[in-house]
Design a protein around this ligand. Structure first.
Ligand code: PEP
Length: 254
């Protein structure tokens, strides 16, 4: 089975001590992951080191950064590079979250550079894509998401691509409480896989996890994650509540 992933995105929430409490609760929840299951904790940069030991106490749990710079080093005040993350032992990083696309104006080209920096440093990108409401309403969402993936990832060779995780996050569903229906999610995930198949062949396309993100909650995760092409989720709000995120982790395909 493809890797099934429950990924938390804390965004810019929680103090360090609140984060420590949350991780402690998850560690003590008695979660035992199967070999193909993984939990990624996307925490703010300053918490990566203080939380590392606690998160890694559970087999299959790992930390994840929420962004990285497009360059490895230099005069870029306030940026954090893939090289720096590697030096901390971080192996996963979100790139292209819709909030960064909107507020930091990150486009497909700069995300291609970020993917390169991560992969050349041995980190795995969790690449976010997804359409705004007006694109969904115009029924042009397939082409929109395909372009995001094509322009940011399709310069990668097969080996590099095999380390990528894709997170489909329709913007109209993020933080809104409005989840895509299971049919909408499965349809888009199937489409993304068909785009990957055309570019890289069925064997590789079959191994790339495609996560769903957008108001995943404890009460809808099982149905969403049960879809054949949905390989888990990227979870914002519900990842801040230990019981909710625990239930979401337990909803991964067994
Ligand atoms: C996200 O942060 O990527 C996200 C999907 O948020 P939420 O689960 O709160 O919609």
């Amino acid at each position: 089975m493809r890797q099934q992933i429950a990924a938390a995105n804390w965004k810019m929430n929680l103090t360090l001590s609140e984060g420590e409490q949350l991780v402690k609760a998850l560690v003590h929840a008695g979660i035992v992951l199967k070999k193909h299951q993984r939990v990624l904790m996307g925490v703010p940069f300053p918490y990566l080191v203080p939380l590392q030991a606690a998160v890694q106490r559970v087999e299959g749990f790992d930390l994840m950064a929420q962004n990285c710079a497009a360059t490895n080093n230099g005069a870029y005040t306030g940026e954090v590079s893939a090289t720096m993350l590697k030096s901390l032992g971080i192996q996963w990083t979100i790139i292209g979250h819709s909030e960064r696309r909107e507020y930091q104006l990150e486009g497909n080209a700069v995300l291609a550079q970020k993917a390169d920096r991560l992969l050349e440093n041995g980190l795995k990108p969790v690449f976010c894509c997804g359409e705004p409401l007006q694109i969904r309403e115009a029924n042009t969402h397939n082409g929109y998401v395909e372009t995001q993936i094509r322009e940011s990832l399709f310069h990668l060779d097969e080996k590099a691509m095999s380390h990528v995780v894709i997170a489909y996050e329709p913007i109209w569903a993020i933080g809104t409480g409005k989840t895509a229906s299971t049919e909408q999610a499965q349809e888009m995930h199937r489409y993304i896989r068909s785009v990957l198949e055309k570019q890289y062949g069925t064997t590789l396309a079959d191994t790339i996890p495609v996560l769903y993100g957008g108001s995943v909650k404890a009460n809808n995760a099982s149905e969403l994650f049960g879809q054949p092409d949905v390989d888990g989720g990227l979870v914002g709000g519900a990842s801040l509540v230990a019981d909710d995120f625990t239930a979401i982790i337990r909803s991964l395909k067994a």
